[in-house]
Design a protein around this ligand. Sequence first.
Ligand code: ATP
Ligand code: MG
Length: 571
Amino acid sequence: MRTSELFVPTLREDPGEAEVPSHRLMLRAGMIRKVAAGIYTYLPLGLRVIRKIEQIIREELLRAGAQELLMPILSPAELWRETGRWDFYGKELFRCRDRHDREFCLGPTHEEVVTDLFRREVRSYRQLPLTVFQIQTKFRDEIRPRFGLMRAREFIMKDAYSFDAEMTGAAKSYQAMYDAYHRIFERTGLRFRAVEADTGLIGGTSSHEFMVLADTGEELIVYDPHGTYAANVERAEVPPPTEISIEPLQPLQKVHTPGAKTVEEVCALLGATPDRLVKTLLYTTDRGTVVAVLIRGDHQANEIKIKRYLGVHDLALADAETVQAITHAPPGFAGPIGLSHVRILADHAIRAMRNMIVGANEADAHYINANWDRDFQVEAFADFRQARAGDPTPDRTGTLHCARGIEVGHVFMLGTKYSEKMGATFLDAHGSEHFVIMGCYGIGVGRTVAAAVEQNHDDKGIIWPIPIAPFHVHLLPVTPSDAIAHLTETLYHDLQRAGIDVLWDDRDERAGVKFNDADLLGIPYQIILGDKGLAQGTVDLKERKTGRIEKLSPSSLISSLVDKLSMGAKA
Ligand code: ATP
Ligand code: MG
């Protein structure tokens, strides 16, 4: 394709609205344009990348035995009421009404619609297993749409659903999708890792997320570089400490800590290290109760673990009035001693501690040498904190490292969560009826594009991995002579004949402008055609990633490129 025929409105300046490199570069490279918050038009260059990723996804899912279908975006409220998600999904669900005042939503995911399809159409175990998928636009009214396609309100997702008669079969279907996801992300050329994940709003029993590794990623993952363990930090279990303090118990003592509210302030005042201090976090649950959770001063609470333990949907740190009402002290001085009418839970690490520093439930006061059991009671010790680098793996065979990632895919084992709620059953060989066992599997297509840019760029622009690049080669004639015009034309046709996607910058622009735009667009190879090279019988082949330039004769150029592109696509 010729640049003059491609609608690619590049920007010289950085757009003010973009906070992360992928968003900034996708706007600058003329790939996307914002229509409203979290709602974008995909311009031709952006759409080419989207289509390439979709193609890889489609091929691998078909290869794994899944069948493509397309469900509607609009779905009736009744289906969502059957599973309880009409209410549970809350404000993230885009809702609307038809002319008869019937309620609908714009699908954020399709478990309800696909389970309804199953219960109407599938009767017998003979029709199982079944896995279906679609690539379609999804809607979620995100509280903070941001980072361009990374967290949009309208976005393209591949969603797949598996149906099995037995648990062993369901585990196989899950594994087949898990393996397909590995092949998909390997084929995109991105660096990624599959991690154990929390099941969130979708629910179910087990799940893995596929993370594209990037320092700017929103997700924190922990992994064992010498083993197989990897998990989202939300999920990563921390085993109880094996070493228990054997310090003799010291007498409890109240100390004056004027204005010292944070861990750092208290430690500075008392000359202690944060691991001697215990934070008493007061949480309000969606049931209106307040719970105290004790966490060691240098550890971070993991609210997902606390929610799961309590079996609640929502949890928030108590506001100042609640803290005052419960502790009779301003925030910053809460402690477990004398705290009544509140459940007291503690992280495993607390069990190993002795002679700790805790708030005294009194302004400007803390206790030193507090000890559980002697000075206060704990209802239960459990895993309530966030894993961090240096912690042991759950089986204690390795040590965790941390990395940042972008969640591009998510696979869930759902079990019978949806089939029970919606009555999706089948008959076995003996004619008895069972609930079908389901799995669901998503990939954010737009988010994968953004993640690819986030992982692969430099200060000049994007550096596309070959398999998802909008074009393979950027043809850049830089001197306006007849000889160059002729050579460019010939190469353009020869490259296309060799099956190479080529973009020809046929604009009447200075070399510098063409070079800058080429680096911004990030097409993996640039062919630079100038009179100087031609006089010596060579053209320059520049690799965008390394900036390395090779001088090649026009006749050897094509075969060299074919080799590089096929090697790059496999890498
Ligand atoms: P997140 O925690 O980032 O909100 P999620 O857990 O809600 O994601 P899923 O319900 O698992 O996401 O959706 C499947 C995939 O769809 C995600 O892995 C992600 O790639 C993509 N996705 C989800 N929300 C968005 C969004 N707002 N914009 C773009 N892609 C999204
Ligand atoms: Mg979400």
